[in-house]
Design a protein around this ligand. Structure first.
Ligand code: AMP
Length: 354
């Protein structure tokens, strides 16, 4: 009998995991983080997010014999511990330090340069819980500085992420590096272009393998990096399926959600093959629009969540063997004006492919 899987979390990542599971015959149950049901003793428990509320139910899950990846989930959600483990493994990240009680901005500027970010150790993501501190603006440091890391602002050329999975036997498979565009700290567009970053692929894979091996990790993990010249600096590690891997639903023979489940179950994990170029557009803070569906190539995933400004409401994947078709569809896609820069960014890259 197939071992059941429970996912802590009922958001879009949980939904897409359970949908992928249904297709391949894996049983996936979603657990409400506010009052999780306790799964049977034979169940494997994974998460859709590394941040969950602390309550008696989640504490009980953490102690369940089927709780997966205790090392990664104890260490990585805390930025101080995440940065520390990356340093120990000599994996390059943006220069950082822990602000002390009596540190003023000028003390940190001395260590980190004229522009740094304070990032809360816990709970912050997508640019939340972050403050940019510029020497020119004399910003006072907030009270929470001692529960944060301070990190140099990086003048990167672009942002890329590596998504891959490690199986129970320690074997890893990866997707090609994906290029990501963020608006105010939140991903708007991802592009997977087959050969664009092939020169960096091996290095990136070696970096993430080292971390997954160290944590004895099983399942899918994402490594977000800044690219500076030909050097990768890790920005953040996510021990879960990741927004920058959504393109794999149309762009790869095995999508990231299925790959995570296969890894957990110890099922076959051949190297996924990719289908040329794929673009993914996040639908942030938008109401549902049937006009998106007038674009032939638009594969819409709508999360059916209550509308809030800026909230991730859905995404659209665009995949075609000819990148110019993707560019045409992207031009046709009805998007608000604050997507102009993100769209122009993607169209410029697609135009290089001819
Ligand atoms: P995070 O929540 O840490 O993933 O940050 C979200 C986004 O903010 C990143 O993808 C970058 O676009 C930007 N960002 C975060 N940290 C830095 C940094 N040290 N230097 C420059 N940009 C950053």
């Amino acid at each position: 009998m197939t071992q059941p899987i429970a996912i802590l979390g009922m958001g879009q990542l949980g939904w897409m995991l359970s949908r992928a599971g249904e297709r391949i015959g894996a049983s996936v149950q979603l657990l409400d983080p506010d009052a999780p049901e306790q799964p049977g003793p034979n169940t494997l428990i994974s998460v859709e997010s590394e941040h969950w509320p602390d309550n008696p139910g989640t504490r009980q899950l953490r102690a369940h014999p089927g709780w997966q990846n205790p090392n990664a989930l104890d260490i990585l959600p805390n930025r101080i511990q995440q940065k520390t483990v990356l340093d120990e493994l000599q994996l390059p990240t943006a220069p950082w330090c822990r602000p002390k009680d009596d540190d003023q901005a000028k003390d940190l500027h001395q260590t980190l340069g004229p522009d740094f970010l304070l990032k809360r150790a816990r709970g912050g993501y997508d640019g939340r819980g972050q403050l940019r501190v510029k020497a020119s603006e004399a910003t006072p440091l907030p009270d929470w500085k001692t529960e944060a890391i301070a990190e140099s602002a990086i003048g990167f050329d672009t942002e890329v992420s590596l998504v891959g999975a490690r199986g129970r036997d320690g074997r890893c498979v990866f997707y090609p590096l994906t290029e990501n565009y963020h608006r105010q700290g939140v991903l708007t567009v991802s592009l997977s272009q087959p050969t664009r970053f092939s020169a960096l692929q091996r290095t990136a894979e070696t970096m993430l393998t080292k971390l997954m091996d160290h944590l004895d990790y099983v399942g899918l993990m994402a490594m977000e990096c800044f690219l500076v010249g030909d050097k990768l600096l890790i920005n953040e590690i996510a021990p879960r399926v990741h927004n920058s891997g959504h393109w794999t639903q149309e762009g790869a023979t095995i999508c990231q959600f299925e790959l995570h489940l296969r890894a957990l179950l110890g099922w076959p994990m051949p190297q996924p093959e990719t289908r040329g170029t794929t673009a993914m557009v996040n639908l942030l803070g938008m109401e549902h629009q049937q006009e998106w569906l007038a674009v032939t190539g638009a594969r819409l995933y709508w999360y059916n969540k209550a509308h809030r400004p800026g909230r991730k409401m859905g995404h659209i994947n665009l995949q075609h063997p000819e990148p110019q078709r993707i560019a045409d569809w992207l031009r046709e896609l009805p998007l608000p004006a604050d997507y102009d820069e993100s769209r122009a960014w993607a169209l410029e890259r697609l135009s290089f492919e001819g």
